[in-house]
Design a protein around this ligand. Sequence first.
Ligand code: GDP
Length: 301
Amino acid sequence: MFENLQEKLQRAFKNLRGQGTITEENISEALREIRLALLESDVNLNVVKATIDHIREKALGTQVATALSPTEQIIKIVNDELIEILGKDTARFKFSSQPPTVILMAGLQGSGKTTSSGKLATWLKKGGHRPMLVSVDVYRPAAREQLAIVAKAVGAQIYTGKINDEEAGTPLVLRLAKEALREARNFGNDILLVDTAGRLGIDEALMDEMKQLKAALNPSEILFVADAMTGQDAVNSADAFHKQLGITGVILTKMDGDARGGAALSIRNVTGAPVKFLGTGEKPEQFEAFHPDRIVSRIMG
Ligand code: GDP
């Protein structure tokens, strides 16, 4: 039968009763279980190692308090450690003092960028903002069409511009982005949400275009959209985007699948950028501000 981490720890600590402090010997089995649980949840190996070291440090020499069982104490230490890694600064945005505030959506194709742009527009509208959407994917008419459908569904304004497919290339991307910015300013939209072109993998052309977009738009936020189901790949691409662009936050999508959520922990640890939102389904309202404790309880099983 499936045993959750709490039960495994209980087993690991069954011999501890009657001893004064937690020792190296009696936590080694517990640490092994925690290590496995983290790995099974897709937490990056380096992050697992660092986390385990911290937990060992905090746990060793801990007095076996009368109020809490050793298992409860270790669980509390693990919980606190994971929440600390994930951070508490979640869905807060940096707004520009000169509106519109630009939010650049970055990520690989299929990660959920367009869907999340619609979700974020809905969330922002609920908060009293007036977002305008634009897709600068001049390479895929279908991607622009998809954003137009999403915008209509959530009742958000969209700038489509005039695109001659033969001109597709970075200069057209930049022109479109600047036009959208002007349009948003003229219409009094306080936020411009820019859905960018995704690629199947990270390539130089994509990164170069993203860097030029960043320079042209001076975005307050660059949100990396990551598919939680892709585990370590999501962590690696977040790292690559962060090194080139400096991401300011993460939207972790497809959390309604059976991903355990370790990618959240790893991306945060590797990039330092907080996970701000979770996508929990295909519908615009299946989107929530990130709460570290929910991911932690998912990891703890
Ligand atoms: P993009 O290429 O990055 O713009 O990705 P899309 O927004 O087109 O999303 C790719 C697919 O993932 C679509 O079929 C979406 O409906 C789906 N999708 C996006 N976010 C979620 C989510 O949070 N949960 C689920 N189950 N599906 C999602």
